[in-house]
Design a protein around this ligand. Structure first.
Ligand SMILES: O=c1[nH]c(=O)c2ncn([C@@H]3O[C@H](COP(=O)(O)OP(=O)(O)OP(=O)(O)O)[C@@H](O)[C@H]3O)c2[nH]1
Ligand SMILES: [Mg+2]
Length: 197
């Protein structure tokens, strides 16, 4: 089976990439699957595009193979786009999903349902040694619930209600999430590239 390396240490993302690539008969390996300790890439950018590029280029350079990276997050309109590129570390450096969700809900405490609009953003970067990096952006519009619901997915999924649904992302089945998610919308743009693997 062909393989592709995903420059991520996020288990939730890795699981979604494994499922996506299986449909193409390709095995997706995250940095957690590789032997040895791959150093963390410092996400010093201020946009999803900058951070996705940093992750893909540094890991591709290190391993000397083509690499796909994902930089993603949640933009909440009533919070001026926060947490945005800082979604993973919103409540602190330790990247705690539950604490991040609690902080977002707390900051939205007095905000009525019609003003709780938000979107998930996912930017994928494809980097290969000696080649120009390409970027692909996918989004998913929705609103932020008042309490967490559901056990599937990861991150902010328990409080994100996609536009097409009354359920939160965490109440959807993995296949239902991947029909509409920001990550799916970005991955669809890779169709031509995947055929070249
Ligand atoms: O509910 C969610 N459903 C999703 O589908 C989703 N996609 C991203 N996110 C959030 O955004 C951060 C990304 O930050 P991020 O791109 O820097 O990733 P990360 O630091 O977790 O891993 P890495 O890929 O950098 O190794 C994540 O931690 C999550 O909090 C999501 N939340
Ligand atoms: Mg990160």
């Amino acid at each position: 089976m062909k393989e592709i390396i995903i420059a991520t240490k996020n288990k939730g993302k890795a699981k979604e990439f494994i499922d996506f690539f299986l449909e193409y008969d390709i095995k997706a390996l995250s940095l957690l699957d590789l032997p040895g300790n791959i150093p963390d890439v410092e996400e010093t950018g201020t946009t999803f595009e900058e951070n996705a590029t940093l992750k893909a280029e540094q890991i591709s350079e290190l391993l000397q193979v083509p690499v796909l990276s994902d930089d993603s997050g949640l933009e909440i309109d009533a919070l001026n786009g926060e947490p945005g590129v800082y979604s993973a570390r919103y409540a602190g450096e330790e990247k705690n999903d539950q604490a991040n969700v609690a902080k977002a809900l707390n900051n939205l405490e007095d905000v009525p349902m019609e003003k709780r609009t938000a979107r998930f953003v996912c930017v994928l970067a494809v980097a290969a040694p000696g080649e120009k990096t390409t970027l692909h952006r996918g989004t998913c519009e929705g609103t932020i619930a008042t309490k967490p619901r559901g056990n599937n997915g990861f991150g902010y999924d328990p409080i994100f209600i996609p536009q097409q649904s009354t359920k939160t992302m965490a109440e959807l089945l993995p296949q239902e999430k991947s029909d509409i998610s920001h990550r799916a919308n970005a991955i669809m743009q890779l169709d031509e590239w995947i055929k070249t693997l």
